[in-house]
Design a protein around this ligand. Structure first.
Ligand code: AMP
Length: 210
């Protein structure tokens, strides 16, 4: 499938979890600006050093940093792509439209009070970025990734205070994008609560209808 899909939804709505599975089972390539930024922070690159303060505060990093990462990645990818966590504001969406045609935007809809619990109990693999949840999607062995055996860690921005700021930023900057894509006639709203596999099936159905 050659579709370019944007996956929207608040932090903790399951974008990363569902994107992982879509890539594994349907052959999409994931581009997650959050993963790319965390890698840059870990590697201590100039871009990572600039981004870290914004990320730790739950703010968006400046558009020029993110666009630099996206342009580089999109250049080298053939076939279907899922953009996870990008675009995050109107300006990024308009810049993306200049680089490539977006075929579909999926909005994962989850009640806000569920999100804080999802995020504060989330754990990520240091090596492959797989996402787990201590209660809803626990790893088979504590602290270890099911897929690659890597060490699991808690993101430094998954604390309650930062999560609340990220949700505020989401409502202010990212939520308007649902309207942007709805106007283009390519928005698909998916109920993001309930069983992870059931949500996955809803997404696949929407993609197949495309
Ligand atoms: P995420 O992994 O998508 O939750 O992103 C984690 C953090 O990385 C965000 O809170 C932002 O600080 C930063 N970030 C990720 N993607 C973007 C983006 N498209 N634009 C600006 N900042 C971003």
């Amino acid at each position: 499938m050659d579709l370019k899909i944007v996956i929207l939804g608040p932090p903790g709505s399951g974008k990363g979890t569902q994107t992982e599975r879509l890539c594994a089972e349907l052959g999409f390539t994931k581009i997650s600006t959050g993963d790319l930024l965390r890698e840059a922070v870990r590697a201590g690159t100039p871009l990572g050093i600039k981004a870290k303060g914004f990320m730790d505060a739950g703010k968006l990093t400046p558009n020029d940093l993110v666009m630099e990462l996206i342009r580089e990645k999109l250049k080298n990818i053939k076939g279907g792509v899922i953009l996870d966590g990008f675009p995050r504001n109107l300006e990024q969406a308009e810049m993306l439209d200049k680089i490539t045609k977006v075929d579909m935007a999926i909005d994962l809809v989850v009640n806000e009070d569920k999100l804080v619990k999802r995020l504060t109990m989330r754990r990520i693999c240091k090596d492959c970025n797989s996402v787990f949840h201590l209660e809803f999607n626990p790893p088979k062995a504590a602290g270890k990734c099911d897929k690659c055996g890597g060490e699991l860690y808690q993101r430094s921005d998954d604390t309650e205070k930062t999560v609340r700021e990220r949700l505020r930023v989401y409502k202010e900057s990212t939520l308007p994008l649902t309207e942007y894509y709805a106007k283009k006639g390519i928005l698909k709203r998916i109920e993001g609560e309930g069983d992870i596999s059931e949500i996955y099936r809803r997404i696949v159905k929407a993609i197949n209808a495309k």
